[in-house]
Design a protein around this ligand. Structure first.
Ligand code: NAP
Length: 306
């Protein structure tokens, strides 16, 4: 007990946050605290877990919580993650993704915590993927820009910091407010709805359990610097959707390939991102599941739900 590390996970209600809470509370090396904007959405009982309701843009509220907990590690996953909403409401995006991160970082500096920041492949322009940690970012959306500005704040800090960039995360979390890519594909196909999926955007999709495990190891070993954490296989978003349909036994004929230009979303998406994960493989023995394995595990985890 005395030797366990106190961890604060922001965005504890989200896809990555819930997976981290579930994994880290099972490790007695950690005493886990979670923070999110809404009410607690993890409904099952977890020992070794305290939840706080707070907005990361409210510095006073944050200060009260953080100075009370005095975490050794802060894992910052909270963000405005809806890419089109970020493009259409830049002020809100900046407030949450940049100022929110700055607020947390200042408090982390006060208590000298290890700060782990979740970032994205969208810091790259997608012209030269897959990307290594040393490649030069060049975001083409406001979301990507906001995450890059936050990364730069993190990098100039004097406390130990880790930037974990990830790509197209799939998995399940409780009380989802919106569909994630897998649940959207499954629910649409089950309801006989046609869906349009881009065939010209390429990613290395990431199973959320692999990502959470990598973050936990980085926290354990207090690794600092940038880490690219994603799956190892590159595919188009269309191919990923076909894999989901295959594993759930749903009709691929309802999936309509479309180009990014035709889909014309408010925010631009980088055409080919994906990561080279060699650094994580060497440094922390990171070894992600294949897409097929990840989707099969997810299918087991969501029996009766998806
Ligand atoms: N998912 C992906 O494909 C992906 C890819 C690359 C990078 N990332 C990065 O990974 C991180 C986690 O992503 P995710 O998929 O887990 O996102 P998510 O499911 O949208 O969860 C984000 C969480 O942040 C919380 N949040 C938002 N604004 C907040 C605020 N002002 N104060 C406190 N909490 C706030 C929300 O809490 P409430 O629900 O309580 O409102 C939400 O649950 C993000 O930093 C994202 O940029 C994700």
């Amino acid at each position: 007990m005395g030797l366990s590390k106190k961890v604060l996970i922001t965005g504890a209600n989200g896809l990555v946050g819930q997976s981290l809470v579930s994994l880290m509370t099972r490790d007695s090396a950690f005493k886990v605290h979670g923070l999110s904007k809404g009410n607690k959405r993890i409904s099952y009982y977890i020992e070794n877990f305290t939840y706080y309701n707070a907005d990361i843009t409210d510095k006073t509220a944050l200060q009260e919580i953080i100075l009370k907990i005095k975490p050794n590690v802060i894992i910052h996953t909270a963000a405005l993650t809806q890419i089109d909403e970020c493009e259409q409401n830049k002020e809100l995006c900046h407030k949450i993704n940049v100022e929110g991160t700055q607020n947390l970082l200042e408090l982390a500096e006060k208590i000298k915590a290890h700060f782990i920041f979740l970032s994205t492949d969208f810091v790259f322009d997608g012209l030269n993927g897959p990307y290594q940690e040393k490649d030069t970012p060049n975001p083409i959306s406001y979301y990507g820009q906001s995450k890059l500005i936050a990364e730069q704040l993190v990098q100039t800090s004097l406390i130990p910091c880790t930037i974990v960039r990830t790509v197209l995360v799939y998995g399940h979390h409780q009380g989802m407010r919106r569909n994630n890519i897998v649940s959207w594909i499954i629910n649409s196909l089950k309801n006989q709805q046609t869906i349009k999926i881009v065939n010209d955007q390429f990613r290395t999709p990431t199973f959320v359990d692999d990502l959470a495990r990598a973050i936990m190891v980085l926290a354990h070993q207090q690794k600092t610097g940038i880490y690219h954490i994603s799956g190892a296989e590159m595919c188009s978003v269309l191919e990923f959707a076909y894999a989901v349909a295959d594993i759930w036994g749903l009709p691929k004929t309802l999936i309509e390939p479309i180009s990014s230009q035709k889909l014309n979303q408010p925010a631009k998406r980088p055409p080919k991102t994906g990561f080279v994960i060699l650094k994580a493989q060497i440094d922390i023995g990171y070894s992600p599941h294949t897409i097929k394995q990840g989707l099969n595990i997810l299918k087991q985890q969501t029996k009766g739900i998806l």
